[in-house]
Design a protein around this ligand. Structure first.
Ligand code: AMP
Length: 121
């Protein structure tokens, strides 16, 4: 299947993976809305919220909680937003949950390599 995120799961396309297990992969968004913007994807291909199996909903959310804990500890955002796009709102047609840290009014610039090191050390 010609799916970008399936290629990331297989390792054919590189990613800044900050957490993964048997069921999910969590990696930094390549075009981040904010510092630490992370995507959580199931390792089995599902299109969207209508398509994803219940078991994987739980796996995605429990991985998201781990990532949120990491982001809170390392980056100290003031809030965290969860977004999951479907239909015409969805660009990549493999289910994914966005974890978007918020920092109030302050816009923080960052280098993705340094951020990746900070989150994985
Ligand atoms: P959506 O509109 O919910 O489908 O969002 C897709 C997201 O995937 C966007 O935020 C993109 O920046 C992100 N994205 C696309 N390609 C990659 C990639 N190779 N690595 C990481 N994130 C990506």
């Amino acid at each position: 299947m010609d799916c970008l995120f399936c290629k990331i799961i297989k390792g054919d396309i590189p990613s800044y993976t900050i957490y993964e297990d048997e069921y999910v992969k969590c990696f930094l968004d390549i075009n981040p809305v904010s510092k630490g913007h992370t995507l959580v994807i199931p390792k089995k291909h599902f299109l969207d919220v209508n398509d994803i199996e219940e078991e994987y909903v739980l796996k995605v959310l429990s991985a998201a909680k781990k990532v949120i804990k990491l982001l809170n500890e390392k980056l100290e955002p003031t809030g965290i937003k969860l977004v999951q796009n479907n239909g015409s709102a969805q660009e990549v047609k493999h289910y994914h949950l966005h974890i978007i840290p918020c920092y109030g009014e302050k816009k923080e610039s960052f280098n993705i390599e340094e951020l990746y090191k900070k989150l994985t050390n």
